[in-house]
Design a protein around this ligand. Structure first.
Ligand SMILES: [Zn+2]
Length: 306
């Protein structure tokens, strides 16, 4: 039995504020779950994060308040937290006084998203994310599946699906094929289940799609090994969803900004058949020279455009 944790990075809206939409799923065998969860918790404990959610995009940002505090890096954790909280309170009061309500609301929201991380300098937060990525890279039994949609390319195609529907169908197909292709005794099926970050809109749509796939297959494969419709969980409470978030983030930042350090780690886990990357696809123009597309082309056939 395999669990595939799914999360998205970027927005499927067109044009939206990201050039790419990524749907990423990381699969592990159920008998490895305990050690994965323990490894994640150990990293969180080392960084004094308790059971805070690891949300990579928020961790990687610069927090201006930290730069405004003199000798911030020299303080201990509780002093850093207190100083940032004080600085943030000042900023919010200032925004209220200047009646900038829109910015006040947005700033307050941003502060809430990063409240668990204020005791870490930016360098420490980046180191934490890299530590997690290295941890995932070391999980040799884990497989990464992802659909990376270049939205400018997507809109140039005649398609009867939305960006999100295409991405979900691809993840389901690749995970299913991975389970089917795995060497196994003839009388024993490898089963898999999707576990998804909860989101009301996505939950309804993916549940309906999955029912359809169970009834009549995807465009690429019949469904024999996947069971159930996706289970939807709270990413704040489920560590492995946070790992899927990290994988999606790493793929998107590679494709959008050519950042390779996190990508190099998580891409090691992309599902491969021989030396061809079959688990991760970049849906983009034929001539793309990125490493994901190059990984598809090794057989001399560009399956990136299929
Ligand atoms: Zn590419």
């Amino acid at each position: 039995m395999f669990l595939c944790y799914v999360d998205e990075s970027g927005t499927p809206d067109i044009p939206g504020n990201t050039s790419h939409f990524i749907l990423a799923g990381l699969s592990i065998p159920v008998n490895r779950w305990r050690e994965c969860d323990a490894a994640l918790n150990a990293i969180k404990q080392r960084h004094d994060l308790g059971d805070a959610e690891i949300h990579v995009a928020w961790l990687m940002r610069a927090y201006r308040e930290q730069d405004q505090i003199q000798n911030f890096a020299d303080m201990d954790a509780s002093k850093r937290r207190a100083m940032v909280e004080s600085q943030r309170t000042l900023t919010l009061h200032h925004l209220l006084r200047t009646k900038n309500h829109k910015l006040y609301k947005q700033t307050k929201k941003n502060y809430a998203q990063t409240a668990s991380y204020t005791h870490l300098t930016r360098a420490e937060r980046i180191a934490l994310v890299h530590e997690l990525a290295a941890c995932v890279a070391g999980w040799r039994y884990a497989r990464l599946f992802a659909e990376c949609v270049d939205k400018a390319h997507f809109v140039a195609q005649v398609r009867d699906k939305t960006v999100d529907e295409q991405a979900f169908e691809q993840i389901v197909s690749r995970f299913e094929q991975y389970l089917q292709n795995m060497g196994r005794p003839a009388d024993e099926t490898r089963y898999g289940m999707l576990i998804h970050d909860n989101n009301q809109t996505v939950a309804r749509r993916h549940t309906e799609l999955m029912k359809k796939f169970h009834a009549s297959g995807t465009l690429w494969t019949g469904i024999h090994s996947l069971i159930e419709t996706p289970l939807f969980v709270d990413s704040q409470l489920t560590g492995m969803i946070q790992v899927a978030d990290l994988c999606g983030y790493a793929l998107r930042r590679y494709l959008e900004n050519n950042e390779t350090s996190l990508f190099d780690q998580v891409f090691q886990r992309a599902d491969r058949v021989g030396n061809i990357v079959v688990g991760v696809r970049h849906f983009t123009k034929l001539a793309c020279a990125c490493r994901i597309c190059a990984g598809h082309r090794r057989a001399g056939v560009n399956i990136a455009t299929i």
